[in-house]
Design a protein. Sequence first.
Length: 652
Amino acid sequence: MKLTAGRAFFGRSRLMVIALVTAAGVLFSASQGFGSFDAPNSFPVGNGPEFVAADDLNGDGSTDLVTANTTASTVSVLLGDGAGSFSDAPDSPFAAGGNPRSVAIGNLNGGSVPDLVVTNPFSDNVSVLLGDGDGSFGPPTSFATGGDGSRNVAIGNFNTDGFADLAITNPGNSSVNVSILLGNGTGSFSPAPGSPYPVSSKPAFSPSSPFGIAISNFNGGRPDLVVGSQATSIYVMFGNEDGSFSTTPDSTILSGDAPATPGPESVPQGVAAGDLNADGFADIVAANRDDNSVSVILGNGDGTFDPKTQFNAGTKPVSVAIGNLNGGSVPDLAVANADSSPSDDSVSVLLGTGGGSFGAPVSLPFPSPNPNAEPLSIGISNLNGDSLPDLFTASSGIASASVFIGTTAPTATISPGRIDFDARETGTTSAAQTLTFTNTAGTEQVEVGAITITGGEAGDFSITEETCAGEFLLPQATCEIDVNFTPAAADQRFAELQVAFNGASSPLRVTLAGVGNDPPVCPGFTTGTPPDCDPIPCPAGFTGNEPVCVELKARISKLTVTGPGKIRKGKRATYTARITNSGNIRATGVKLSASGKGISSKVLVGTVEAGVTRTVKLRIRPSRAGPIETSFRVSSGNAGAKSITRRITVKK
């Protein structure tokens, strides 16, 4: 078995994953798969759009867009037609206060329609625009933040009263903090106790201007905040029951190089949060404007974080969104690159490769006549109802909201389309036959899902080995699946093998067929030539030299173990062992154990029939952290023993 040519390890409603993403509110759709996008269509808005958000603003079931237009001091509302096109809402654009820099959508007054909140940096306040339900909004009502230079805003419930509250970053010269305004459910807001709050308590550290902001939960308590900056740091602020926030010395996270290297600082302006490595804990990603990268910081669920990992992006990345861009179940990243050079304005797509890692960026440029688009904010949503994710940006350089419609679905084949096994005696197992799964897409990555055998005689066929399930395949890459046949009864036997993947034609299907025969009846042993059938056991006390006489013997010939490579101290993890008895009688007294520093577990298997591979589950719970050489051993009373060693990393 092998994997060939290019194996790659790569809400609240249906709406969006914008640059402000919560760990609990992002739904990673696993419907159809894709990874390519059309050239952007741009829809005019007010001058200087710096932020974009999305939701269904008029209740028609289609996603709409709203932009904060800094130069025009307005917000523009674009109503979607459900097919990927947009037009101005009645009376759009709407007055929004002075030079709004960001906008967020939420239910701010307990009604049934979305409302808007925008930040006004030159007046140090936020403006609330209550929705009318048809995509239009009332006049702005302003609330002072108590900070300097209100920049970005996020909506959440911080003090357990069920009403929407606001978190605002203040990057002005006289403050380096975040303001919390608590809502009363009527659209009115007042400062939380002690607001605004410093972004860092790190000793001998001067924090930089806070910028982007996202809400998540990093320690299992109340909602927390992650804040970007205009230097090298990301700030995590932990929520308290009364809506206030606090920090620890370790909650200031370095986003750039450590130690510092020559060249520009990272400037992690845009931040987002979500579970990037499928461990159930919120992680952080930041768009590093000045070193052309994104930083991924994996959370441990207790308010601590692993060291950051950096991945290349485009030029001047300023905003990042988390979502599923190629189907499957692994989160991907979309990044807005706002370089002032027209040739470098683009959107980058980084496909997830599992475990919080990401592949090389794929650039989606803004074509002529709009190369100097300067996208400053990015989001992910299904804008045209085709089950494929689309991208949208606030394109400040061309005063537009730009939409990249998702297009191509990955394609794959499996061959042969049918396997016929030779006729064989019931209860005996055939040699394996191999199926080859191929990613036939031109550019899209394929994520292979579950592999199952279904149908009336599914139990007669089994997968002996495969290199496909859960893998990521680059274009034209292949993986293999081995299947064998053990007829349980005489006559024709049929089943179907199905392979799920992130494409529109999923699952791919293969017909499995074979014929079972009743075994011949062999006479007792004689000193002459035995009948034409399987050799029979030597009789007790036989002393001759008959070559076809065979000894009855059990033999454990193979042990394989699969399971997680990283687990947590004190947490149970399940491993799957496959034990093969290649002998001609039953193996008895079979036991399976795992041992290593801080690891000790065993399970009584009992018996493994002749010529059978048996699957057994073993749970371990390590009592110490660190990399541990773990020995898995199977032993038997009459079939010998077999052991393998795996290196398991145990995290605190």
